[in-house]
Design a protein around this ligand. Structure first.
Ligand code: NAP
Length: 289
């Protein structure tokens, strides 16, 4: 499919995009992606669809029937959407979740841009070289899987995963042990692991609005100068990042991951580089309102 530049208009040639989730009305993806279309002159429009789990099949039929070009998938559909797709990219297959669908003339192909979006953001904003680094990941949910997959491709020296439910950390370590030196650790081992870590990443929801006074770990365990990274972007600077900054760490928040997962999706759909700065400006303004 060719997507021609067409200025800022909706007409008979407008190409459709969107995001599905349940709930979905809080999503910042529509304002971010519509800004990207305006900025690049692509004649596209991106909306939010509230799709419940029992309507996933109907939704996929609708995408094919209407020729919707691209879809982002958010909670709780990143796993169950896989069963209605025609093809799944090997990365998304390994992660076990899809957050982006490309409709190639009726063939629905699933990708996962969360992990690669995170790594692009980490490298641009905090640590350009990940090879040889010791990394600690706190949490072992869906986002952690994508992130460990993408980090493992960067040749880190070691990745340790700590999670409240240690079995989930073990499952991720097992999935990616052939790509890098990845191990699950207990919460009791977290302090020792952080002492030597170059990068510590919070992938849990601890500290997210409205629980802004909570933090996933004691910041005194961090090595001064290390990177403390948090996937949360509401608030933009979590308690974990505030305390890490006081400890002398470099900090990296979750906004860049959100922008870059969208940027990769935009690039898969359109074949053009995403206008990342404009996308960030729009989301930042919306978050600060
Ligand atoms: P998820 O699959 O539900 O996983 C949640 C994780 O948080 C699990 O490891 C869970 O531990 C842990 N957790 C939750 N409450 C906890 C508590 N009270 N104490 C200790 N651990 C706790 O969620 P997800 O999709 O991975 O998302 C995780 C976070 O990343 C969320 O804050 C989300 O907003 C953020 N995120 C950001 C982006 C972005 O673009 N920046 C993208 C995706 C996700 P158990 O396994 O023990 O339950």
């Amino acid at each position: 499919m060719t997507i021609a530049g067409a200025g800022n208009r909706i007409d008979s040639n407008t190409i459709l995009f969107g995001v599905i989730g349940d709930p979905i009305r809080h999503s910042k993806s529509p304002i971010m992606m519509n800004r990207a279309f305006r900025e690049t002159g692509i004649n596209g429009v991106y909306t939010a669809y509230h799709i419940t789990s029992e309507r996933i099949q109907d939704f996929a039929a609708g995408v094919r029937a209407m020729g919707i070009r691209g879809i982002n998938v958010t909670i709780p559909h990143k796993l169950d959407i896989m069963s209605v797709l025609d093809e799944i990219d090997p990365g998304a297959q390994a992660i076990g979740a899809v957050n982006t669908i490309v409709n190639e003339d009726g063939k629905l192909i699933g990708y996962n841009t969360d992990g690669i979006g995170y790594v692009r953001s980490l490298k641009e904003e905090a640590e350009s070289e990940l090879a040889g680094k010791r990394i600690v990941v706190i949490g072992a949910g869906g986002a952690a899987r994508g992130i460990v997959y993408a980090l493992a491709s960067e040749k880190p020296a070691h990745i340790a995963i700590a999670n409240r439910s240690v079995d989930r950390a073990k499952a991720i370590a097992e999935s990616f042990k052939d790509k890098a030196d990845v191990e699950a650790i207990s919460n009791e081992q977290l302090q020792a692991a952080c002492l030597h870590a170059d990068i510590v990443i919070n992938t849990t929801s601890v500290g997210m609005f409205p629980h802004v006074d909570e933090t996933p770990m004691n910041a005194d365990w961090l090595k001064p100068g290390a990177v403390a990274s948090d996937l949360i972007y509401n608030p933009l600077k979590t308690k974990f990042l505030q305390q890490a900054e006081q400890r002398g760490c470099r900090i990296h928040g979750g906004l860049g991951m959100f922008i870059n997962q969208g940027a990769y999706a935009f690039e898969y759909w359109t074949g053009q580089p995403a206008p990342v700065a404009a996308m960030r400006e729009t989301v930042l303004a919306a978050l600060q309102n």
